[in-house]
Design a protein around this ligand. Structure first.
Ligand SMILES: Nc1nc2c(ncn2[C@@H]2O[C@H](COP(=O)(O)OP(=O)(O)OP(=O)(O)O)[C@@H](O)[C@H]2O)c(=O)[nH]1
Ligand SMILES: [Mg+2]
Length: 402
């Protein structure tokens, strides 16, 4: 049993046995009567006094409790103290997860991006607008990440998020702000929403890493002049807003749900921004590339997370990363029809005079996700003598990536 689930069971012990919750943070929104020792009548009294949830109870001060008819102060104080213990345990638990906030106008493509990253392609065409906030554990990269997908319809933007910003915008590690690159008519509306979000973050003294995603940059549209114009307008507008609030720097990525690799690359950039070890990984890849006389290298997990790359040009970067992601997709397909996964995957391009090769280095996390080291090289045979040396250096850094 993992440490996480042990703690969860301990928290559950504070509640009556018929209480069911699937997500940790639901606990704080439960009614007081769900706690052991609080009867329905007393709970109703609390609710009448605006103490509607475990969290409301925890937020009271034991030294300054309101007077509630028929409720002994001694008992009331005990409940508050227990609620505070629960609140602390839940918050500690949640903090261990990286929190990923997905924000943007309705219809922007937030929920679709989260579906693609989890390979849930079949749900995309039946997606409805997200109602309120949808929290989900991304059981994907092997790291503890919780996504908070904030439905972008106007009623939530106006009535929910900014009334209690502390419930939504605190302790986020990454903010992905999604703008529909095909819908410039709503650019001003989106920019205003973004500004409101930044203001809320500043008020709360929060500073997540921010990535602006220009969604719906589909392959055909991306080739058009219109796309270039739209991207330029978006960047102009959002750079200006970021300039107003100096503590934030923003980066841009474009994605399309029709090209999974654009979404994987976007997530890789986002996670690298919060990783403790990504810079060291990239230094090691630089050393590796020079020792094996290669052109470019990249470290990629079998589910598509790019931990780091070393390349001299952006063309080489696209070459190594796109090849890795596409050949790995092929390898996953082979594996799905029962073939044994090869330790080495190679693509020769003799007319261009080089080879792109991926070597399996190790597996990481409880999910045993394989990680491949990719190299673009004119002499791929130089790789073999060095691989063990780099395997040893890279494994601990991958385990500590997030
Ligand atoms: N062409 C294209 N359409 C997309 C893309 N991503 C999402 N869509 C479509 O855009 C629509 C809205 O997508 P959602 O993911 O539900 O949007 P959302 O941002 O979650 O919307 P709310 O939940 O209301 O905030 C759906 O019809 C998707 O199929 C994309 O990359 N390209
Ligand atoms: Mg949605």
């Amino acid at each position: 049993m993992s440490e996480n689930s042990e703690k969860e069971i301990i928290i559950k012990d504070f509640f009556k046995s018929n209480v069911i919750f699937s997500e940790l943070d639901e606990i704080l929104r439960l009614k007081p009567e769900t706690m052991i020792g609080i009867d329905k009548v007393s709970s109703d009294k609390l609710v009448e006094n605006n103490i509607k949830t475990v969290e409301d109870l925890a937020n009271l001060s034991v030294d300054n409790l309101p007077e509630i008819e028929d409720l002994l102060p001694k008992i009331f104080r005990k409940w508050v103290k227990i609620a505070q213990v629960i609140q602390k345990a839940v918050k500690e638990q949640l903090r261990r997860h990286k929190k990923l906030l997905m924000i943007g106008l309705d219809n922007g493509g937030k929920t679709s991006i989260l579906a693609v990253v989890q390979d849930k392609f079949s749900i995309i065409k039946s997606l409805l607008p997200t109602r309120g906030v949808k929290r989900e554990k991304l059981d994907f990269f092997g790291y503890p990440i919780v996504s908070w997908d904030l439905g972008g319809q106007i009623q939530y933007r106006e009535k929910l998020y900014f009334n209690r910003p502390e419930l939504f915008f605190t302790e986020a590690d990454i903010l992905l702000y999604v703008i529909d690159s095909q819908d410039l008519e709503r650019l001003a509306e989106s920019a205003n929403y973004f500004r409101e979000v930044l203001k809320a973050l500043i008020d709360l003294d929060e500073q997540p890493k921010i990535l602006i995603i220009m969604s719906k940059s589909d392959p055909d549209f991306r080739k058009s002049f219109q796309w270039q114009k739209n991207v330029e307008s978006i960047k102009n507008k959002f750079d200006k807003i970021a300039d107003e609030y100096k503590q934030f720097t923003v980066d841009y990525c474009d994605t399309s749900i029709f090209q999974r690799e654009t979404i994987m690359q976007m997530f890789s950039i986002a996670l690298k921004k919060v990783s403790e070890t990504s810079e060291i990984i990239e230094n090691i890849l630089e050393d590796f590339t020079s020792q094996v006389e290669g052109k470019a290298s990249s470290l990629v997990s079998m589910d598509g997370l790019i931990f780091g790359s070393y390349t001299k040009t952006s063309t080489d970067e696209m070459l190594v990363n796109n090849t890795a992601l596409l050949l790995q997709t092929l390898s996953n397909f082979y594996s799905s029809i029962g073939l044994i996964r090869e330790k080495s995957i190679s693509l020769d391009l003799p007319l261009n005079g080089f080879t792109i090769r991926g070597e399996k280095l190790f597996e990481y996390s409880d999910l045993h996700i394989p990680v491949y080291l990719w190299l673009v090289s004119e002499n791929p045979e130089l790789l073999q003598s060095k691989i063990d040396y780099f395997r040893k250096q890279l494994l601990p850094l991958i385990n500590l990536f997030l």
